[in-house]
Ligand binder design. Structure first.
Ligand code: ZN
Length: 227
């Protein structure tokens, strides 16, 4: 195996199967740069490729941050809709970018089936969009960006967006502004950026670097809109 990768033991939260799956060693991660929608580029191994664990036995796919216990009802629904049709594909070894995308799509399907939070679904869509960006597939990149926007909008409406969730409220507002700008929805982009700036002005707990990132990007976007 590539020396920057290793096998880690994980337990499936759905069927309790214990399996080994590839992860990137901490030392193997070298961040090069970050796009304005927070997509990161790496010099060596890309940790996005191995973010999702796919249970080879039942097909349940989840990220390392998935900590929720599953109810019997959720398990039953997943087994009926997914596991019974699961063609026991093994995603536990080294992955190509296409396999990484498949793993994320399985996580999205798993999440939708058991009903996870919209903010988490939005994050999965965004990562799929980023992987398509690496493949220079504009069409799919935009398609998943749009799904991410929809899910973040629902999250903003329905979830408690106070601190302590998967994503901080100011980052969610920032991403809604940024992603809408990227797909050409200028009026929506302006709306979400104005919410993000209002949040920065009213919330003293915001990390100063994040506060600066949001304000700087909004100035850049306003300039681009004028042109
Ligand atoms: Zn499983």
């Amino acid at each position: 195996m590539n020396p920057d990768l290793y096998l880690r033991t994980t337990t499936c939260p759905l069927c309790s199967n214990e399996f080994k799956t590839v992860k990137v060693k901490h030392d193997g991660i070298r961040l090069l740069r970050r796009d304005s929608d927070l997509c990161e580029y790496y010099k060596k191994e890309n940790p996005y490729f191995y973010e999702i664990n796919v249970c080879p036995k039942c097909g349940f796919s989840f990220s390392d941050t998935f900590k929720d216990g599953l109810t019997d009802k959720q398990k039953e629904k997943f087994i009926k809709t997914i596991s019974l049709h699961w063609k026991k594909t093994d995603y536990c070894g080294e992955r190509t970018i296409e396999e990484a995308i498949e793993a994320f799509k399985l996580a999205l399907l798993s999440g939708q089936t058991i009903g996870i939070k919209n903010s988490t679904l939005a994050g999965l869509c965004l990562r799929i969009s980023w992987l398509y960006r690496l493949l220079h597939n504009k069409e799919e990149e935009e398609r998943f960006m749009k799904s991410s926007i929809k899910a973040y909008e629902k999250a903003y409406e329905l979830e408690d967006t106070n601190r302590g969730g998967d994503i901080s409220p100011e980052i969610m507002l920032y991403l809604l502004g940024e992603l809408n700008f990227r797909i050409g929805n200028i009026s929506d982009s302006s709306k979400w950026f104005s919410y993000a700036i209002a949040k920065c002005n009213s919330d003293s707990l915001i990390n100063p670097q994040i506060d600066k990132m949001i304000r700087d990007r909004w100035i850049e976007i306003k300039d681009e809109i004028k042109e």
